[in-house]
Design a protein around this ligand. Sequence first.
Ligand code: PLP
Length: 463
Amino acid sequence: MPSPGADFALPRQLREDAMTLLSDQVHLKPEELDSLWMPFTANRQFKSAPRMLVKAEGMYYWDDQGRKILDGIAGMWCCNLGHNHPKVVEAIRAQANVLDYAPPFQMAHPLQFELANRVSRITPPGLNKVFYTNSGSESVDTALKIALAYHRVRGEGSRVRLIGRERGYHGVGFGGISVGGMGTNRKMFGTLMSGVDHMPQTWNLKEQAYSHGQPAWGAHLADELEKIVALHDASTIAAVIVEPVAGSAGVLVPPVGYLERLREICTKHGILLILDEVITGFGRLGKAFGAEYFNVQPDLITLAKGLTSGAVPMGAVVAHDAVYEAFMSGPPQAIELFHGYTYSGHPLACTAGIAALEAYQEEKLFERAADMAPHFEAAVHSLKGSRHVIDCRNLGLMGAIELAPREGAPTARAFEVFLKCYEKGVLIRTTGDIIALTPSLIVEKAEIDRLVSTVAEVLKTVD
Ligand code: PLP
């Protein structure tokens, strides 16, 4: 069996005319699919008809059948620069020769500081302290731990409760699924963390269907937090965590005024507000972060995905100076936070992050995303009236088309749309019966049009 790793070293030199050769090299026999247990995947179904990506560039993937696929979801909401950005590729390649790894506990390497400085330059005011992780899930669990420890070091150790929201997605760590609100991700895993409560989700089909951007209805849903505070008492609550726009549950855009109201209530009760910006960070809404887009000041933000444009796994928590300073009160030789990962601030991830941030800036991609958003909005809403469609919604370069579920077979209709789009060379993503479109920030108008017209065509053929 050819080792995919070995094969991948060569093809960087190869261009399109060599694709046939490449796909021959990476063709796997059915029995060669046995050893892998795939994440969030119907393993048996997939292995009976695999979809195998072997190469990427810009807005496109190629699969092992030689099919060129327009990537409508930036990999998985992460490759904001498009694929294989030359600057990022070169940075990783050069760094791999120089310093493969450096221990991050009681040791460091300069790139960690350089990236942290660059990140803090674009984060909201006061959020200047960057703690590295390797994924969004780790970022969320890190932020929750920082929130708990923050109150403890300030002598408010009774603040142990964490408040999430229904339909929130905060990764798959125990902290993340506990505060998360997607039933399917929780039900197999028992009782999860105790001391967690959830606010209601904000999407309401009756009141908000076909909203362009933020829905006008629903700011009052933030007041549910007051009820939770009344129930448990503020002295027991450490933090509230929400995504500025809930992504994985199907692009649930916050009502006008909702996030501002959450901020007010948190401030009033001394509760930290964590914005999970794993998806909304790095230009997805046309600004560096959702916090900036909505003009809401968080105490902590969680990052991943676009930080390296998906090229190397990396995440981070960015804490407000005041949060960091609360930890800096003991003797200077004392470790202030007993938390971290072997790969926190890995050299390859840092170099990819630095290159990605430079590329975002040089190519003005956040501004580009903002400029492209009206075209994207019009395209997404052009699906109103298509067969099965019950809602279209959008913000920045995040869009969703919600389908009526098939009688007795929820999710089946959207999954069929996904498969048929793939056959037509377009990659979309589905969650439940919702189609998500979240292209890279380099997307062209014609590519947006093709994404949407392919979905429209396919909808006509699906029962
Ligand atoms: N938080 C949010 C808002 C996410 O969308 C995701 C992933 O999609 C995560 C956390 C988890 O990130 P990861 O899959 O890198 O662990």
